[in-house]
Ligand binder design. Structure first.
Ligand code: UDP
Length: 314
């Protein structure tokens, strides 16, 4: 099979490429290397890097034309990108997805769309199911513009798939972490690990009582390809993530302990971290029952395993 991975030089995308290659597939990566890196990609004849943007419609079409399956992970990611470059982020996340979906449908290649737990917004339920209500602030606040764009991406994929009959699976990632993720764009775990290893202050934003549930990239990547092989998943949005919930302050403590660091924790007001008008989510916890039902998904890696996999790779 010839698989196209947009954003394949990025964090999740590059792990997906490794997995596809290990299964004997030929992989074509479309990536503009804005946040990803060619160093993330394995060497060899089974992978080809096409450097370019999903905004380049003709390029997207030519890459997808002869492919058997498309994994669309290219996106403007990370809170910093979204806040600093709102217009560019919006274009990549809306127009870029439209180009990819249209090409996939045109060439009748089944496609996967990477979405995010951000679509649930401030719904802090104990286990968010895929049909949970979305609680979003004003779309004029950059954080919610990202959630709004990803919601439209899901809809674009869903409607195109329904009308054309070309299979589509939407995957909602919940704080996926692991080796190769960079802290440059805001992601908390690589940032804390870097700070702890350097014995520098660990920067907890807000009071650190906000909670997240971190999932391992090594758990979710095999699940992505499995979902694409599962007809019952077509036309569905499926949560993927971990099971172990932790407060951000608790995460700082755990990382400090596992790295034997002497770092102190400093509490940084949200306004200093993200500028004014930023709203954080207090809690975000997935219900992965649908993934379990469809493909027997069961996360194997807990928080300590995940932190160790990152520190071991440094
Ligand atoms: N966060 C933090 N310190 C940092 C970076 C992030 O305390 O240096 C917090 C952030 O405010 C949020 C949580 O960690 O409450 C997770 O942030 P991330 O950007 O990784 O993911 P998301 O906000 O999308 O869940």
């Amino acid at each position: 099979m010839r698989a196209v991975v947009t954003g394949g030089a990025g964090f999740i995308g590059s792990h997906l490429c490794d997995h596809l290659i290990s299964q004997g597939h030929q992989v074509v990566v479309l990536d503009d290397l804005s946040t990803g890196s060619a160093d993330n990609l394995p060497a060899g004849e089974n992978v080809e890097l096409v450097r370019g943007s999903v905004l380049d419609r003709d390029l997207v079409d030519s890459v997808i034309r002869d492919s058997d399956v498309v994994y669309h992970l290219a996106a403007a990611v990370g809170v910093h990108n979204i806040v600093d470059k709102p217009l560019e982020s919006l274009r990549i996340n809306l127009d870029g997805t439209e180009n990819v979906v249209e090409a996939a449908v045109q060439h009748r290649a089944p496609f996967m769309i990477a979405s995010t737990s951000e679509v649930y917004g401030k719904n802090d339920a104990d286990g968010l199911r895929e049909d949970a209500v979305r609680v979003l602030g004003s779309p004029l606040l950059s954080r919610w513009s990202y959630a709004a764009a990803k919601g439209i991406d899901e809809l674009l994929g869903y409607v195109h798939s329904t009308e054309s009959g070309v299979p589509c699976v939407i995957v909602r990632f919940f704080n996926i972490v692991g080796p190769r993720q960079t802290g440059r764009y805001g992601m908390v775990v690589p940032r804390f690990v870097t700070q702890a290893l350097a014995n520098e202050p660990i920067t907890v934003f807000g009071d650190g009582t906000q909670r997240r549930c971190f999932g391992s990239v090594h758990d979710v990547v095999p699940a992505i390809t499995e979902l694409m092989r599962t007809p019952a998943a077509y036309g569905r949005a499926v949560n993927l993530g971990g099971h172990e919930e932790v407060s951000i302050k608790g995460l700082a403590d755990r990382i400090r302990e596992l790295t034997s660091s002497t770092s102190e924790t400093t509490f940084v007001p949200y306004e200093d971290a993200y500028g004014s008008g930023y709203e954080d989510m207090q809690r975000r916890m997935p219900d992965t029952g649908l993934a379990r039902e469809l493909i027997g998904f069961e996360p194997k890696y807990g928080l300590d395993d995940i932190i160790r996999s990152i520190t071991d790779a440094r």
